[in-house]
Design a protein around this ligand. Structure first.
Ligand code: FE2
Length: 306
């Protein structure tokens, strides 16, 4: 089975009848597997949670954000580096987080702080072949910007919450990766081979998908209920009624996937074919590129399928 090696071996000790499809005999085994995968992911750093709390509190100020950022040396250094980069050319060097926030502006500083705190917790490593963490975060950030835009258009939904939910919407897949890197690579290979989505393959092999897993993780981290719901429901079909945080994140995810900004893998295009994004896609990718350059200080590149 696709996700066999690590998760199955741990569960085998508890369940002598393994292997068997998780969905074939009720929810107990599937639940065990979900909890195993949840526990495999290193916890979100405290600074990430504090940045999210401050960023989402409408009463919070730039001074409070500066206080939270200042408590984390790596995040402070990143903020100062961005504020002193060519993009924010200054006549003199920025030497304090407070000043960096003024230079960057609250929204940009908030986005950098959230993105750095979350993506920095789960950096790239060499355990994978098809699953690409850089592509994974690029997709997540694209969904974050698109969801923020959609939330802003409603004039009712909280934009910072939409950004955070967008960055975190696929965190369940990151948990699967940490639980079983080779299994995720195999699931991606199967999805590409069969032309199905990875979540279809996940459900077939495990009896649950990364959205369900991510929702549980978000609850475990005690994130706000609407963010937990947005993460857990981001593959639900569009429905009637008022937009919610969950519906804008789901819509943003569909938008990104349909335009080839794939969640953690790249489907090679036809040789010699160069896809040039335009309109709203180009706008989202520009925002992502700018932010990725701030976070990594490296050009992010763009991977699209034709
Ligand atoms: Fe997803």
């Amino acid at each position: 089975m696709v996700f066999a090696p690590k998760i199955a071996s741990r569960i085998a000790a508890k369940d002598a009848e393994m292997p068997r499809p998780a969905h074939a005999n009720g929810s107990a085994l599937a639940r065990d597997r979900i909890l195993e995968a949840v526990n495999a992911l290193p916890p979100l750093p405290a600074v990430a949670l504090r940045v999210m709390q401050v960023a989402q509190d409408p009463k919070s100020s730039a001074a409070q954000l500066a206080l939270v950022v200042s408590a984390d040396p790596a995040l402070s250094a990143r903020m100062l580096r961005v504020a002193n980069s060519a993009a924010y050319r200054r006549s003199r060097e920025v030497t304090s987080v407070q000043e960096a926030l003024v230079v960057l502006g609250f929204v940009q500083a908030r986005n950098i702080a959230i993105s750095t705190a979350i993506t920095g917790a789960y950096p790239a490593d060499t355990l994978h072949v098809l699953f690409r963490i850089d592509a994974f975060w690029r997709h997540s950030l694209a969904v974050a910007f698109r969801a923020s835009d959609l939330a802003g258009r409603t004039r009712r939904l909280d934009v910072p919450s939409a950004f955070t939910a967008g960055v975190l919407h696929n965190i369940g897949r990151m948990a699967m990766f940490h639980a079983d890197p080779a299994g995720l690579d195999q699931a991606i290979a199967e999805a590409i081979r069969s032309g199905r989505s990875i979540e279809e393959v996940e459900r077939e092999q495990l009896g649950y998908d990364h959205a369900e897993l991510g929702g549980l993780l978000a609850e475990k981290w005690k994130l706000p209920a609407d963010i937990c719901a947005a993460i857990g429901q981001h593959h639900q079909e569009a429905g009637e009624g008022q937009p919610s945080l969950a519906s804008v994140v789901a819509e943003a995810d569909r938008f990104c996937v349909s335009h080839g900004i794939l969640p953690g893998y790249v489907v090679p295009g036809a040789p010699g074919v160069v896809v040039v994004p335009d309109g709203e896609v180009a706008q989202v990718l520009k925002q992502v590129d700018t932010l990725m350059a701030s976070i990594t200080q490296e050009p992010s590149g763009v991977h699209l399928v034709p």
